[in-house]
Design a protein around this ligand. Structure first.
Ligand SMILES: NC(=O)c1ccc[n+]([C@@H]2O[C@H](COP(=O)([O-])OP(=O)(O)OC[C@H]3O[C@@H](n4cnc5c(N)ncnc54)[C@H](O)[C@@H]3O)[C@@H](O)[C@H]2O)c1
Length: 243
């Protein structure tokens, strides 16, 4: 999604807790020459740290005196039976999947209000926020994603109106992907927590998706192409939840 936004002329700041960006990021950055002011930048921030997020986002917005969009995608997963979860495990999961998304959205909204540039947000939920996945035990992950879907509706309502001073007018939507082959999912297969074959058979297209297939969704949700869409949940799951 970041690459799609850069290709459309955007300057995209990627935030992750990793000290250094991974290979995928470095390869993508090398492909873009930061022409026309666009390009990719990396920042190490833990999205569950409210103060650090506020500081990082304020610094990013101050560079061009504006902030146009947010894709909140940091997430963690733990596949444990509900009977075995400790309170600490639950709190840790929610601190990233729910609180981290909330803090990211809030930090960005503050800057969008400040610079009065009616931005758009895409909160990455999951089809797992609307269904219980067959053959996959992830009660906390799935309910954290349901919370993100509900959060988007509430933030959309709170921030949607343009105020007399020109601030506000911020759109907030969710993206709910189906299974994507990413490091998170490869780990599920490696640990035997999920069966690739079963997941392929669980959707109407008979295959898993790739990160590239969500590129247009990010561009759509962050651009004027979705100007009358807010509080919605864009479900792209190969038909998994439709049967
Ligand atoms: N892979 C799938 O099948 C799938 C399906 C639906 C939704 N999603 C969602 O898409 C998003 C991306 O998932 P992915 O599959 O690429 O997972 P991933 O594990 O490959 O990537 C998640 C990234 O989040 C970062 N992260 C974790 N905790 C963080 C924190 N506290 N602060 C900052 N960064 C942090 C990790 O370092 C990692 O780079 C997640 O929200 C996930 O729930 C994934």
């Amino acid at each position: 999604m970041a690459e799609g936004l850069v290709e459309a002329g955007g300057k995209v700041h990627c935030i992750d807790r990793l000290a250094e960006p991974d290979k995928t990021f470095n390869e993508a950055k090398a492909r873009f020459k930061n022409e026309n002011g666009g390009g990719l930048e990396y920042h190490q921030v833990d999205v569950s740290n409210a103060e650090a997020m506020e500081e990082a986002i304020a610094e990013i917005a101050s560079e061009r005196q504006r902030l146009d969009g947010l894709v909140a995608a940091a997430g963690i997963q733990q596949c444990t039976s509900a009977l075995d979860y400790s309170a600490e495990d639950i709190a840790r999961m929610l601190s990233v999947n729910y609180t981290g998304v909330f803090l990211s959205a809030r930090a960005c909204a503050r800057q969008m209000y400040k610079y009065k540039n009616q931005g758009s947000m895409c909160l990455v939920a999951s089809m797992s926020g609307s269904i219980a996945n067959r053959g996959f035990i992830a009660p906390v992950y799935n309910s954290s994603k349901a919370a993100v879907i509900q959060l988007a509706k509430n933030l959309a309502m709170e921030w949607g109106r343009v105020q007399p001073d020109g601030s506000g007018g911020i759109r907030v939507n969710c993206l709910s992907p189906g299974h994507i082959v990413t490091p998170m999912v490869e780990e599920n297969f490696r640990k035997g927590e999920a069966s690739r074959e079963e997941w392929e058979n669980n959707n109407m297209l008979g295959r898993l998706s790739t990160p590239e297939e969500y590129k247009s969704a990010g561009l759509f949700l962050l651009s004027g192409a979705s100007s009358y869409m807010t509080g919605a949940n864009l479900l792209m799951d190969g038909g998994t939840s439709a049967w």
